[in-house]
Design a protein around this ligand. Structure first.
Ligand code: UTP
Ligand code: MN
Length: 497
């Protein structure tokens, strides 16, 4: 890194906000582009070619001379629990290079599912802080440590394994896993949650944090500072909340069959838990949530605008970073203005994401209506309630309702011709419908109707969400209290759409 040919890597680090001090602290290096640098160096130290190959730092392809395994990459050292180097990760210096990261292959020292990046250093900090943060990447760990979270680790390019979970539990009973705020992050979180279920034991669990969309801990800390991360960590979801949300969020559960389906899925989750006592508590917890959820459903429909299912947190009290006094809940300094601002920005993002999902859902409804315009006849009342956001889509809805009300035929072909005459050809194209249909397609009518009803139910559930969110954030922005933070924080989560 410090040699002349390391200039590229030094520039790269600088662009990512890391200085020489950080490079030293994290033992970052540079693998030169020649592909021979390490081999030459090791030869000078009398290391045999066989050992170079066995350690995974050189590779051979038949007939050709050995080459360095890593070249032209920024290098991260992976150590065992005692801080001894056992493998490397290497990041490409160009953003479009593929693969972005490569890691040492498995060998007698290194098995990627058994180790965690930065574990040797983080362990003591984790024990002291009473918590450990599991991020997704090397750069996240570095940003976290520099932001004051010395207790940060990451898996090594794979999903969390059982062995890693046990390593984490040796430092602290409730590791906090941080995931990207997108659909992939939600999936990864669910996978980690399911992985943990058979291993839960008294006192030991996981908690979950979701980053704002398109952010990881590195970028969040870069833009909003460590305070934003602290705030997210404070809102970390207990495992039971995470599982409940996975199964209920954004879903319409208004029919007895769907409710039964939910209860079946919840009890399947509880059955994954090996510890009988914990399994029993999970069953009770889920039963209670089901009860609360459906009890409250009626409250939602009250004409006086009562709130929908306030989020109840069962999270344990937050244990802050070592040595940092934690503000008392309810006091004015509990939420700093800067953090408040970043939170509100984040809320806007979550809102946009939801809006996108809503827009897709109404397009789906439009397409289904054109597939079978007669739905406007059979489900006129339902359709009358679905106010679409997109102007031309909403106009389509009105036209279909008008046709249904006037008793006109709702055959597909004449309806399409009629809509085209009204100047809606562009919308029809957008919905992927040809104005003059070819042979009628063989989608069974019942199936289209079922899809329509499902989509309509989803649409309504999603549309209810947004005003709730707005209200919670306006309240939080106004008083900044701990209580309204807790209320608002339930809207800071990724959409599962
Ligand atoms: P990400 O793709 O999320 O990258 O990979 P990142 O951590 O944000 O990295 P920067 O900020 O772009 O530099 C997360 C982790 O997944 C593994 C690496 O361990 C990486 O740190 N990974 C990613 C790979 O092993 N191979 C890849 O091609 C990409
Ligand atoms: Mn990143």
């Amino acid at each position: 890194m410090r040699a002349p040919e390391g200039a590229k890597a030094r520039d790269y680090l600088k662009r990512r906000g890391l200085d020489g001090q950080a490079a030293k602290q994290f033992r970052l290096g540079y693998a030169p582009a020649s592909g021979q640098a390490l081999i030459e160096f090791l030869k000078g130290h009398n290391v045999t070619q066989d050992d170079m190959l066995a350690a995974g730092v050189a590779r051979s392809s038949d007939g050709h001379p050995l080459r360095d395994f890593f070249f032209n990459r920024l290098m991260f050292v992976i150590t065992d629990g005692r801080g001894r180097a056992i493998a490397f990760g290497g990041r490409a210096l160009e953003d479009d290079a593929k693969p972005k990261y490569i890691n040492s292959g498995e060998n007698s020292l290194f098995s990627k599912g058994h180790h965690l990046y930065n574990f040797a250093t983080a362990r003591a900090a984790a024990i002291k802080a009473g918590t450990v943060i599991v991020a997704e990447g090397y750069m996240d760990v570095i940003a976290l440590v520099r932001g004051g979270f010395a207790h940060a680790v990451a898996p090594l390019g794979t999903a969390l394994t059982e062995d890693q979970l046990h390593l984490l539990w040796r430092t602290t009973p409730e590791p906090v896993l941080a995931f990207d705020g997108d659909a992939a992050g939600a999936k990864a979180a669910e996978r980690a949650a399911r992985l943990a279920l058979p291993h839960l034991k008294a006192g030991y669990s996981l908690r979950f944090v979701f980053l704002p969309k398109d952010e990881d801990p590195d970028s969040l800390i870069g833009k909003s500072g460590p305070g934003a991360m602290t705030l997210l960590l404070e809102g970390a979801l207990p495992l039971s909340d995470m599982l409940w949300r996975t199964l209920t969020e954004g879903k319409d559960l208004s029919t007895p069959e769907r409710r039964a389906g939910l209860e079946r899925d919840l009890s399947a989750l509880a059955a994954e838990i090996t510890d009988a006592k914990i399994a029993d508590y999970y069953r009770r917890d889920f039963d209670q949530r089901v009860f609360e959820r459906f009890k409250r459903r009626q409250v939602v429909r009250r004409p006086d605008g009562g709130r929908a299912e306030p989020w109840r947190s069962s999270r344990p009290p937050f244990r802050g970073k070592a040595g940092q006094p934690r503000p008392q809940p309810g006091t004015a300094e509990a939420v700093s203005p800067a953090v408040k601002a970043s939170l509100l920005a984040r809320a806007g993002q979550a809102g946009q994401e939801r809006e996108g999902a809503l827009a897709r859902k109404e397009m789906e409804l439009g397409a289904l209506l054109l597939e079978q315009p007669d739905l406007a006849h059979r489900h006129g009342e339902l359709l009358a309630e679905l106010a679409f956001r997109d102007r031309s889509l909403d106009r389509l809805r009105h036209e279909l309702l008008n046709l249904a009300a006037s008793g006109s035929s709702l055959e597909k072909a004449p309806v399409l011709t009629h809509l085209e005459r009204l100047g809606m050809a562009e919308l029809l194209a957008r919905l992927g419908v040809r104005p003059t249909p070819r042979q009628p397609e063989s989608v069974p009518e019942d199936e289209t109707e079922a899809r329509f009803l499902r989509a309509a139910a989803d649409f309504r559930a999603m549309a209810e969400w947004e005003p709730e969110r707005e209200r919670a954030f306006r309240r939080f922005a106004a008083d900044g209290s701990e209580e309204s933070w807790r209320e608002a924080s339930r809207f800071l989560r990724p959409s599962h759409e």
